[in-house]
Design a protein around this ligand. Structure first.
Ligand SMILES: Cc1cc2nc3c(=O)[nH]c(=O)nc-3n(C[C@H](O)[C@H](O)[C@H](O)COP(=O)(O)O)c2cc1C
Length: 225
């Protein structure tokens, strides 16, 4: 039987992103890739002006060396966001991990403020000096990573196109309050995550469960039922 490339079997709607407006494609993508952790990124402009903004296009990529990626999109006007411009110009930034307690300030820091207005003050966050990079870290964040730029990889051009900022973690900061038996305890971090639309979720002891990895080699498939 020849299965059509775009089947319409009543239970699913099958969509070519090229048939959607940019906004609709973006909205659907954000529902598909969820929940996403939030990188609260601290940078300095070339002239030393501090900047702070959240990015949920954020992932780890490897540990040798420790590698992380964020994607500050090109704006609807086709311009780079300040975070991207600053990282391009200085090669340094700090990714602060966002907890539920930080939610209002983080949301506020995502707004556009007139040039010269500090998101740090407006959003009520406290800076601390970093160890290996010039931008400061956020004291309220339970975990933070000082990063140096490895590479920027653009994908596409124009409004809402991706700019993958690949960074190397050169220093970690871990708040003692999120440690239990010398391990980070996710329920103590109380991560804030971003979903589609305006939805968020938090990691709590109720939402967590543990599942050990299977043995490296599974000799027989698990029996059903
Ligand atoms: C929780 C959250 C996550 C966000 N994630 C992203 C993202 O991954 N990429 C992006 O381009 N903008 C994202 N934004 C929007 C930016 O934070 C916003 O455009 C901000 O003004 C950028 O600041 P900047 O110009 O100082 O870099 C997010 C906003 C919020 C509230």
């Amino acid at each position: 039987m020849k299965v059509p490339a775009f089947s319409d079997d009543c239970s699913f709607i099958t969509i070519d992103p090229a048939d959607l407006s940019l906004g609709d494609a973006h909205r659907l993508l954000l529902h598909c890739v969820a929940p996403r952790p939030i990188a609260f990124v601290s940078t300095l402009s070339a002239s030393g002006q501090p900047n702070l903004a959240p990015f949920s296009y954020f992932m780890a990529g490897g540990a040798n060396p420790c590698s992380v990626v964020i994607s500050p999109l090109t704006t609807r006007d086709g311009c780079p966001k300040d975070t991207l411009r600053n990282i391009r110009e200085t090669g340094e930034y700090v990714i602060n991990v966002v907890s539920y307690a930080m939610r209002d300030g983080v949301n506020l820091a995502s707004a556009e403020f007139p040039y010269g207005v500090s998101e740090w003050e407006m959003a009520g966050f406290t800076p601390a000096a970093s160890a290996k990079v010039k931008p400061g870290r956020v004291v309220e964040a339970p975990l933070a990573m000082e990063c140096k730029l490895h590479q920027i990889v653009p994908h596409g051009t124009g409004p809402l196109s991706a700019n993958y900022v690949i960074g190397e973690v050169v220093c970690f900061h871990v708040a003692r309050r999120v440690l239990r038996d010398d391990e980070v305890d996710a329920s103590l971090v109380n991560y804030l995550s971003r979903l589609g639309g305006d939805w968020y979720e938090q990691t709590t002891s109720n939402s967590l469960f543990e599942m050990p990895r299977p043995p490296k080699v599974v000799k027989h498939p698990p029996s059903k039922g």
